[in-house]
Design a protein around this ligand. Structure first.
Ligand code: WTA
Length: 657
């Protein structure tokens, strides 16, 4: 590509690498970090992370920064002790920041709360006292199934304060998904709400908990926040109202210091098999990673910024960048309960305007939705407070990047495209906004202290201009420690493909200048609106329906959600030949088994599936069909006529929803 900036016909025709957005001189002048940080971190990454760990208050200093002798099982800040909740709350109050706002809460119906650090500290102490009364002790797991409301954060921090690892299950997941998570981590206490507000009305949460618990006899207490006031079923002796037990507790609580490697939480995420993996994060390293990255990547100024991660707390983004990172840095944040189009499509921009949000962090799928709604909507609001915009969850396509920068950032704001995973705990690849010029679509380079590489099939580093697999080559403090209850699976999943390196499961390209571009998953994991789902998990859900003999699922590209679920299903002969009602039933079945986000966009009833001689489904070919492309190379198929059969069958009656 040789065109100059002036003769380009349209944004969508731009050569990707050609646009550059350098930070403005004013931004550079006030930026938190300068170029020297990279060299310093590279010279001695462990010493660099030790320096970052000083952002926290340790009850007991560590004696060894990193113990990697039992790799891939890492121990960071060995011998150090600290309390996460103390670091997120009490110490700020002690430092005189008690009156600083921790959260501006905006409920979907328009109700609001302003919560200061002092108030949040007191509320967390009360919740910790209540959990203690219920019998929760250090090491016990607590499941949390909540909307985006302050009590969710209070519950998480209360668990952290007690050293009781929480497992937050996204409120959009079904009772079945909740149940498997409760059982897998053996939680005996569940914290939930009657419901939450979404799309203008109260949606229920408690019935899913009741259903999940029919098969979880170990759960002895369900603590229920009253959010909507809707009717709930009540199990005497098990269910307790939050408002009857928490506010009555003392507002003080002495935090205990826990080992740096004490478990902080388990977050379930989809892998390549049907069973979700419980990703374990621990205390000192995780909090260090969240605190450093939130400060450096967003150029955070805690005294003046108003920060908003527009995500659900039930995902890792919510854990690291709504709760732990921001609070460790004494940030003032916004949280919003509802959907972006309730009661109108300008709701987000109204919130930015109202609270003078200066840093906004969200997913490309949201940006594409706003693009679809049109720039006239954000134009009605004053967005001049914004100074940094962030993106997470999937590669941001250049069109969305440029639109975001122009219509939300008014061409002033740097965009930080942050690549990371549930497993990595914190950002790994991103530009630093006061240093790097952004390239639309590129995540750019590894953060200071993080070492990544792009390797070929054999594990050899590819040269600039080459593509391959993304790996992390050195341990980092916020890394997952294991898969809950399954250390073998941890080793196998992440550390066996390329010995000595962490395999992220993503493809990547390094351009001629050495900058990184993420190319999406190379395994059977899909990315739907920034949410991770495994093809196998949805296939298992489909075949658990008695009508289904076999199922294959692929992620087909989708203009709004990035990828969309497309399922190919072979029915049992008793089920007849399908038809609309059957497709509807199967979609509802998937929603029940996993959650609405996993519902296939499209279910195609077929008579055969393309398989290799060893019986592996060739998803690549199905993806061609789902994306309406001519099918690629079929020579490795056991039966080469099967694709013709599928195409012919589909031509007769394509079942699209
Ligand atoms: C993808 C979300 C490209 C990637 C924090 C990764 C991204 C998976 C980006 C992790 C990005 C996340 N650019 N791809 N900036 N951020 N991904 O665990 O495929 O829900 O492996 O963590 O999302 O998803 P997870």
């Amino acid at each position: 590509m040789t065109s100059s900036p002036d003769d380009r016909p349209a944004i969508s025709n731009l050569a990707r690498e050609e646009r550059r957005f350098p930070p403005s001189p004013e931004f550079v002048a006030q930026a938190n970090v300068t170029e020297e940080i990279y060299g310093r971190a590279e010279a001695d990454p462990v010493a660099f992370w030790e320096e970052q760990a000083q952002r926290l208050i340790w009850a007991q200093p560590w004696t060894e920064a990193l113990d990697w002798s039992d790799a891939p099982f890492a121990r960071w800040f060995v011998g150090g002790t600290l309390n996460v909740a103390y670091n997120c709350l009490d110490r700020h109050v002690e430092a005189g920041l008690g009156d600083r706002v921790a959260f501006y809460f905006e409920g979907e119906p328009g109700d609001t709360q302003v919560i200061t650090y002092r108030e949040l500290t007191e509320a967390v102490c009360q919740a910790a006292n209540a959990l203690t009364e219920i019998g929760v002790k250090s090491g016990d797991r607590v499941a949390i199934y909540m909307p985006v409301i302050p009590e969710t954060i209070i519950a998480m921090l209360a668990c952290a304060r007690l050293g009781a690892p929480h497992t937050v299950v996204f409120g959009g997941f079904s009772s079945e998904a909740l149940r498997t998570r409760i059982i897998d981590c053996d939680a005996h206490v569940v914290i939930t709400a009657d419901g939450g507000y979404r799309k203008g009305s109260a949606s229920a949460l408690k019935p899913a908990v009741d259903e999940a618990l029919t098969e979880c006899p170990e759960v002895h207490t369900v603590l229920v926040v009253r959010r909507t006031g809707q009717e709930v079923e009540w199990t005497e002796g098990r269910d307790r109202w939050w408002h009857e037990i928490v506010p009555a507790q003392p507002t003080t609580h002495t935090p205990e210091a826990f080992d740096s490697e004490h478990p902080l939480y388990v977050m379930y995420t989809s892998g390549t098999t049907g069973k979700p993996k419980g990703i374990l994060h621990t205390t000192g390293g995780y909090l260090t990673g969240c605190a450093f990255t939130q400060w450096a990547v967003f150029d955070l100024k805690p005294e003046t910024d108003v920060y908003w991660t527009a995500a659900d707390i039930g995902w890792v983004t919510g854990h690291s960048y709504i709760v732990y990172g921001p609070l460790a840095n004494a940030t003032t944040s916004v949280i919003y309960e509802g959907t972006p189009d309730t009661p109108h499509q300008g709701r987000w921009w109204e919130i930015v305007d109202k609270y003078k949000v200066s840093i906004l962090y969200c997913a490309p799928t949201a940006i594409r939705m706003f693009m679809k709604w049109g720039e006239a909507i954000p134009a009605k609001f004053n967005l001049s407070s914004l100074r940094v915009l962030g993106s997470v969850g999937e590669p941001i396509n250049p069109e969305a990047y440029i639109w975001y920068r122009k219509h939300i950032g008014h061409d002033r704001t740097p965009i930080v495209d942050t690549w990371w995973q549930t497993e990595t705990g914190a950002h790994m690849i991103s530009l630093l906004p006061g240093i790097t010029s952004g390239k639309p679509g590129a995540a750019m380079r590894a953060l200071p202290g993080i070492s990544v590489d792009v390797v070929d099939d054999l594990g050899n580093s590819v040269p600039n201009g080459g593509g391959g697999y993304l790996v992390v080559t050195k341990p980092w403090p916020a890394m997952l420690r294991t898969i809950w209850g399954d250390p073998e699976r941890y080793k196998e999943t992440y550390w066996s493909r390329f010995p000595g390196a962490y395999f992220a499961g993503d493809g990547a390209k390094r351009d001629e200048e050495g900058d990184l571009w993420l190319l999406g998953r190379v395994d059977d994991v899909m990315n739907i609106s920034g949410h991770r789902l495994s093809t196998t998990e949805i296939e298992s859900a489909l075949v658990s329906n008695p009508k289904v003999a076999e199922a294959a699922v692929v992620g087909a590209s989708d203009p709004l959600t990035g990828q969309a679920v497309v399922a190919f299903v072979i029915l049992r002969s008793e089920a007849g030949d399908g038809g609309e009602h059957c497709v509807r039933e199967l979609r509802e079945h998937v929603a029940r088994e996993i959650g609405k986000i996993a519902q296939p966009r499209q279910i195609m009833i077929v008579s055969e599936l393309p398989k290799t001689r060893s019986g592996k489904i060739m998803r690549r070919l199905l993806q061609d069909v789902a994306e309406h492309r001519p099918t690629g190379d079929v020579t490795t198929l056991a039966d080469t006529s099967v694709m013709e059969t599928i195409q012919a069958g589909l031509a007769k009656g394509m079942t699209e929803d």
